[in-house]
Design a protein around this ligand. Structure first.
Ligand code: ATP
Ligand code: MG
Length: 333
């Protein structure tokens, strides 16, 4: 830890600036990892994770969050959810190119004063698109931790009200809430906009949602990072695309990434020395990161419930077959 980090940690403590603390903690952990001090990094990460696991504890310490969570007038449910993830770059297994693009966001925010001297602003309106289970939500979590802004998750579906005019009011409420702090905001299921546009009964209201949301997005001048995520980019029209500062495509993992995913997701339990993840990666061509996580979880559970200490080749092979069945069912619906 250098003297700059120590000073920033003290500053975070003195001013109760949790965002700054998280940011410095994250940087220290990454630095320890680069030095191959993995044990120290694991211990530090665990301390932070345990601390922030209890969300209510976290929320009570948030000094700037004074507004109540906005709710839909008609149904009364919350329009957004606050999360406090502690995920870091090592949790995310994606192509180098995508990782570099994502890392630009905290880097620009960190250097926002330098940028502003030249009339420039960090990019903060992003579109993530790609198949389910490829790490879009996880990336939003990693960004939230790396930047030190809490994560706000807004499900598009929940904004859409059956009462005329209420949808626009909901979007307004969400943006008003965003103004109350600095957040990473994930607008999830953004494709609902496109999907419902074909439905004649929804047509008018959906059009209003799109226009409304886009205007609010365009007008937004604050420091929060706004991310819209979709599985179906083809449903969005060209007017939508140009409103974003960056558009990031998430793809199914290639062979090398699948090997890394298997290693990562099974790292918590010993395995037979004969296990070769390359061969499993070859057997799981069209698997997403989430599919591989499910294979790993199933294989590990099988091992534990059998009261064995090590995962075997057979555990993984059986789990892969199960996952293939699940994928084929998923593809049929
Ligand atoms: N690239 C990845 N690296 C590491 N883990 C991944 C990756 N992709 C998916 N996963 C695992 O799968 C789970 C689901 O991923 P995530 O929620 O990020 O997918 P998504 O792209 O947001 O999917 P959806 O479009 O369905 O919302 C994650 O919690 C994570 O554990
Ligand atoms: Mg998601």
């Amino acid at each position: 830890m250098n003297s700059d980090d120590i000073e920033r940690l003290f500053q975070a403590f003195a001013t109760k600036d949790e965002r700054l603390f998280q940011q410095v903690a994250q940087e220290i952990i990454e630095h320890e990892e680069q030095l191959n001090h993995h044990l120290v990094a694991i211990k530090l990460r665990k301390i932070i994770k345990d601390q922030f696991k209890d969300q209510s504890k976290y929320q009570s310490t948030l000094s700037f969050r004074t507004q109540p969570i906005p709710r839909d007038n008609e149904k009364g449910f919350p329009l957004l959810e606050i999360k406090k993830p502690f995920s870091d770059w090592s949790d995310l297994i994606i192509s180098q190119e995508v990782e570099e693009r994502l890392r630009e966001i905290p880097l620009e925010i960190k250097n926002k004063d330098i940028l502003s001297n030249y009339g420039l602003k960090p990019k903060n309106k992003l579109l993530f698109y790609g198949p389910p289970g490829t790490g879009k939500t996880l990336s939003a979590k990693v960004l939230s931790s790396a930047i030190g802004y809490p994560l706000l998750v807004v499900k598009f579906e929940s904004l859409i009200s059956s009462f005329l005019g209420e949808t626009a009011a909901n979007i307004r409420k969400v943006f008003d809430y965003i103004e109350s702090g600095r957040w990473v905001v994930l607008f999830d299921e953004f494709d609902i906009i496109g999907k419902k546009r074909d439905d004649p009964t929804e047509h008018g209201e959906i059009k209003r949602v799109v226009n409304n949301f886009m205007l609010m997005l365009e007008d937004y001048q604050g420091e929060s990072v706004l991310i819209a995520a979709t599985n179906h980019p083809q449903l969005l029209d060209s007017g939508v695309w140009r409103r974003f500062d960056d558009i990031i495509q998430f793809e199914l993992p290639n062979t090398e990434s699948r090997i890394r995913l298997y290693e990562k997701k099974m790292s918590v339990i010993p395995r037979d020395t004969t296990i070769d993840f390359a061969s499993f990666a070859n057997q799981s061509n069209n698997f997403s990161g989430s599919d591989i996580e499910q294979v790993a979880n199933r294989a590990m559970k099988n091992t534990l419930l059998d009261k064995r200490k090590r995962v075997t080749k057979d555990d993984i092979e059986r789990a892969i077959i199960r996952q293939k069945e699940m994928i084929s069912i998923r593809e049929k619906v």
